[in-house]
Ligand binder design. Structure first.
Ligand code: NAP
Ligand code: ZN
Length: 346
């Protein structure tokens, strides 16, 4: 049986080094040596939710870059030695309306998640890229453009694409006003992308601690969510508000920022929310969400980032320090994404 070494959730909320089973190489598979994997807040939530579970193995990791080490017999688009990037979706039905529209992330049969998903062919559970090797169907791997730092590019594949799709779908461009709520992994990439698209971009954060960083990232303005006067001044000002807050919260203050016919896209906390219809009615405002991205948008994002020299602001840690990364992410002590270097697993 093919195996690799990785980090799996133990009975408590920590990750432990373990041998991870991998499938044998299929005709349309790439075997990828995982070099860098971003630490997403979703990984932390998955490990927390897994606490006490004994019935299945959890290996997180769904935004990674690496090098192709083997290709299956039917693979034509990749060669051994190619630098690749893989995100949080590794398969889909390929024939439903969403897949045909290039939105495999919304596949009617639900896309196969990079970890915690179910393989479409053999029904096995997928294990993520906090490991040295990942086997991926060729359609869901992307060539990493030359010039993009492989460590800094890894977070583009989840954090980046998750904010890119709504920015693009909402047609953000020069002259638009965008507010990004929550300056974390998703938020800081939303700022960079929004600025590169030409939008006037404002960061909304809980304190002034990140104000200088926001400016360095290209943001034009900074609002503190608890500052009543500042938030009132921002009322009805934004065409698009991208909300990346990772915890349950009231949407009302952020809907107030949305301008006439504008949209609040809530991509951070994905749970039940209560909305007063009048907060939408006044100003004909729209509330939306988005998650991950389809294959065309993911390829377009990588191309855009290569042209605009955009990667994540990262702190690289050897993968053996993954539990430290989790603890610090939990207390908001990251500027702005941890990336694990998996080479210590050799
Ligand atoms: P992150 O790096 O921890 O950033 C989240 C930011 O939210 C923090 O930096 C903080 O910004 C703000 N925040 C945290 N707790 C808050 C609270 N209690 N109240 C108000 N603001 C708070 O996390 P991330 O990796 O960017 O992920 C953000 C969320 O997106 C997570 O819930 C994650 O699961 C979700 N996610 C969704 C998708 C999708 O497909 N839709 C994909 C990836 C991640 P400030 O310090 O600036 O206030
Ligand atoms: Zn993620």
């Amino acid at each position: 049986m093919r195996t690799t070494i990785g980090w799996r959730a133990g009975g408590d909320a920590t990750l432990q080094r373990a041998t991870i089973p991998r499938r044998e190489l299929r005709a349309d598979d790439l075997a990828v040596r995982v070099d860098y994997c971003g630490v997403c807040h979703s990984d932390l939530q998955a490990v927390r939710a897994h606490q006490g579970a004994r019935d299945h193995v959890l290996v997180p990791g769904h935004e990674f870059t690496g090098v192709v080490t083997e290709v299956g017999g039917d693979v034509t688009g990749f060669d051994v030695g190619d630098a690749v990037a893989v995100g949080n979706i590794v398969d889909s039905c390929g024939i439903c309306a969403m897949c045909r529209a290039g939105q495999e992330n919304f596949c009617h049969e639900f896309p196969t998640l990079t970890y915690g998903g179910t393989d479409r062919r053999d029904g096995s559970a997928t294990s993520g890229a906090y490991s040295r090797e990942y086997l991926v169907r060729d359609r869901f791997a992307y060539h990493l453009p030359e010039g993009l730092d492989p460590a800094g590019a890894a977070p583009l594949l989840c954090a980046g694409i998750t904010v890119w799709e709504p920015l693009r779908a909402l047609g953000v461009g020069p002259g638009d006003r965008v507010a990004v709520v929550g300056l974390g992994g998703l938020g800081h990439l939303a700022v960079k992308l929004s600025v590169a698209l030409g939008a006037e971009t404002t960061v909304v954060s809980r304190s002034r601690d990140k104000a200088a960083d926001a400016r360095r990232l290209g943001a034009h303005e900074f609002l503190v969510s608890g500052d009543t006067a500042g938030m009132s001044a921002g009322r009805d000002r934004f065409d698009v508000v991208i909300d990346t807050i990772s915890a349950p919260h009231d949407l009302e203050p952020y809907l107030k920022l949305v301008g006439l016919d504008g949209t609040l896209s809530q991509v951070g906390y994905l749970g039940p929310v209560t909305v007063q219809t009048t907060d939408l009615l006044i100003g004909r405002k729209k509330l939306g969400s988005a998650g991950s991205g389809g294959r065309p948008a993911t390829a377009a994002l990588l191309d855009f980032c290569a042209r605009h020299d955009i990667t994540a602001d990262i702190e690289v840690l050897p993968s053996a320090r993954v539990n430290e990364a989790f603890a610090r992410l939990e207390r908001n002590d990251v500027r702005y994404r941890f990336v694990l270097d998996l080479s210590d697993l050799d």
